[in-house]
Design a protein around this ligand. Structure first.
Ligand code: ASP
Length: 304
């Protein structure tokens, strides 16, 4: 089936402060440009979401790749998932500390392993064996995040609500439809600030922070991971699209469900194989951008 390509990305949902808006907008626009270069040449949705996410992992504005939040022990620990809607092939890595672009490692898992998910040293070993360079953890740490962690740990007793919407959630994600009518999704994150070592959030878990099935939708979520995991929110949304609901309606419903059922907060982007898409967040802001043949748009709130 021939389709007009569509690409949507997000760069986290939270109370993005005014002085960080421009950096977030630049980041999501650059990501869309990179993914679109793949789609306009007739490339696959899978390649497009990978390339879009790599751009945001490399951008220190986001909580993915270098510049991510630090865990309680001052280390960067990264999680990513990529999934293909035509085949349901998926690849994930969790708690990796020496990979600058975990989505690339996740893609290797999808393409070159009979398994779906690798964690920690096993993930790094697999990645290295498949041509992904390893780095030192220090190379992923930037001074801004060292200061941020120090400030939080110094005021730990005065931070009763660690996951208030003012706490940043800068996870990145992308969903795409290619000219062949296939959809794909990818999500990549450094997780939450001051997380316990070994903690995994929703982002890289199939059906929680990321999902793709040509028969339903491609989905990427961001926000406070634990509530999103409990609801298996990406799959929840995809199932409702398979039942005939419109993506924009389901994006909004997913945010209502997240809030009402488990008092969660975050954001979601989703896209079906007909090119219909939806975006929603229940945080003050979410960085997003999309492109179709007819239109290119980005923003810091949706609807604008
Ligand atoms: N959902 C991510 C996590 O809990 C955080 C985020 O979206 O920024 O790990």
């Amino acid at each position: 089936m021939k389709s007009d390509p569509v690409l949507l990305v997000h760069g986290g949902a939270w109370a993005i402060p005014d002085d960080m808006v421009e950096a977030h907008l630049n980041g999501v626009r650059n990501a869309v440009a990179a993914g679109w270069r793949v789609l306009e040449k007739g490339g696959s949705a899978l390649d497009a979401v990978e390339e879009a996410v790599v751009i945001m992992e490399d951008d220190e504005a986001f909580d993915a790749g270098r510049g991510s939040f630090l865990n309680r022990e001052g280390k960067v620990q990264l999680d990513a998932l990529i999934m293909e809607g035509a085949t349901l092939r998926a690849g994930g890595v969790g708690c990796v500390e020496h990979i600058a672009n975990p989505v690339r490692a996740a893609r290797k898992v999808l393409s070159e392993s009979p398994h779906v998910y690798f964690v920690a040293e096993g993930a790094e070993k697999f990645a290295q064996e498949h041509g992904i360079p390893l780095c030192r953890n220090e190379e992923l740490i930037i001074p801004r995040e060292v200061q941020r962690l120090r400030a939080l740990q110094a005021n730990a007793s005065q931070q009763p609500e660690l996951f208030a919407p003012t706490i940043s959630h800068d996870t990145v994600g992308a969903v795409a439809l290619d000219a062949s009518g296939n959809i794909a999704a990818a999500t990549s994150t450094g997780g939450t600030l001051n997380k316990a070592p070994g903690r995994l959030g929703d982002s890289s878990l199939i059906g929680c922070g990321c999902y793709a099935d040509n028969q339903s939708a491609a989905v990427s979520t961001t926000g406070w991971g634990e509530p999103i995991m409990k609801l298996v929110l990406a799959k929840w949304a995809a199932d409702r699209i398979a039942s005939g609901n419109l993506p924009q309606w389901i994006a909004a419903e997913a945010m209502n469900y997240l809030k009402d059922r488990v008092n969660g907060h975050g954001g979601i982007i989703l896209l079906d194989a007909q090119g219909r898409f939806g975006l929603a967040h229940n945080t003050p802001r979410m960085a997003w951008a999309y492109r179709t043949n007819a239109k290119e748009q980005s923003g810091i709130r949706y609807p604008v």
